[in-house]
Design a protein around this ligand. Sequence first.
Ligand SMILES: [Zn+2]
Length: 603
Amino acid sequence: MSTPHQYRITPKDPGAHIFEIALTVARPDPSGQVFSIAAWVPGSYMIRDLARHVVSIRAEADGQEIGLTKIDKSSWQADACDVAITLTAEIFAYDLNVRGAHLDTTHGFFDGACVFPAVVGQEDLACELEILQPDGRAGSDWRVVTSMRAIDAPRYGFGRFAAEDYAELIDHPVEMGDIQIGEFEAGGIPHVIAVRGHVHFDIARICHDLSTLCSYHLKLMGTPKGFDRYVFLLYVQEDAYGGLEHRWSSSLACSRRDLPQRGESGVSARYRKFLGLCSHEYFHLWNVKRMSPEKFTPHDLLAEVHTGLLWVFEGITSYYDHLALVRSGLVTTTSYLEHLGRAITRLTRNRGRFRQTLEESSFNAWTHFYQQNPNSSNAIVSYYTKGSLVALALDLTIRKDTDGKASLDDVMHECWSRYGESAEGMPERGIESVARAVSGLELADFFERFVRGTTDLPLQGLLKEVGVNLHMRPASNGNDLGGKPGAKNGAPAPWIGAELADSAGKSTFGVVHSGSPAEKAGIAPGDVAVALDNLRLGADTIDIRLREHHVGDTVTISVFRDEHLMKFQVKLAAPPEDTCYLELQSDPDARIKKMRDAWLKGA
Ligand SMILES: [Zn+2]
């Protein structure tokens, strides 16, 4: 049996944010071992060139330094050598993010892709990792939380860990510091939530709710082979939101206001969003981590990997994240419909849905979704939002056309049994062939129009079939996210079609919608608002200013573009009906009620 690669990580200088990594390779490539650091982090589809954070790197063999040559932006080659090589690197870690590495005197966190070099050509070999405590005062009372299997470490302590191969080594993020820990079971499997950040909240309630949620997912999808533990690593800040999926854990960030306080009952929109985030990352342990696109098997971490399927892995996950909340009883049907209404509102306001298909959105994630510009809302569509609504439309279409005999649940079960835990992964049209096979429906037209085309989804008709009425109305004001009937008092303000937001003491135009009065008049993203008809205009006053006029009036909007004062004649339009809310039909017939229960209760 081959000797595992020996990795060691030391929080070497927390004050200077430096991790030191040592890697010993027992049998290096005799013609000159190549080492590389990932250009991107699995699950986050953007080139980040993580090797740029390497501060120093050297190699030695038999206690002697040997040559190490940089051969491209991410890789180094050691001199030819036929004994064990130890590579030592210092890495600057100051990217506080769910997919980054961060070290200071209060804590350390890393995603393995950011810090561990790969031994090129020997990625399949087992790896052992030693996590050392920092020297000095920082870290004396730190705990360590990771889903990596411990081989010699106390529970929540520093020590030695093991992974089957490099892919697994970088799939267990590690948090170290002053951490609150909650433990619970789901499906008989131990789960942990580890929370960092000074925060008071009801951890017992969160453990209870997550247990309900994880149990639901395990029942829906079945327990994967070897799934014997799970860790939610949560970092709480004043204002944060995000998550990254792993096979045995997830790394999450949220706002302290998202978490329930002791004694608080009910589920606020913020707590629903937090539970939705946990649910999303947990569903990924099947959908993308153990069942992934064929193009991702194995991952090439040095360059972009393009697939038209991200909507399946992110969009369908975004559909099930909140659906699981209502099906498991954590949120009410009304709360779930509010969430869906908000998603439909986001898609309706996104004019880019007519310009980019869902498949193109997936394929171009690297350069478009992850690198947006001020025109993105007019030019691209989100494979999360549209993907989740295509999943809803597909689910309801299958339910309707099979008279309730099949659903998206069956499609996901069949995808899992065909492509889950397989070495091959899902081919580019895999979901389509499975959906056809499971439902017995043709569906070619569905995928052509809604995945490879830009036709709007027929959600109103589909929702009606499950006893839900879809209503559209104009936005009440600039903060109206949809999901609710909206204010009844008075007509909505006339519309210019440009968003205004405050930052750094200025009100600046952001998105200027395609074909809107603001675009026709010449207002551009980045223009700083000054006045409307000579009265001060800002994000706080735009609604008031616009309400002083009528649809069809022409007003003068003054802005600064750089240092130039510019004036535009803007003809006010009627606001579009781009805001959605959903209502349960009060008295559906028995067939519709049965369909609705099957959908929302998973019955
Ligand atoms: Zn996701």
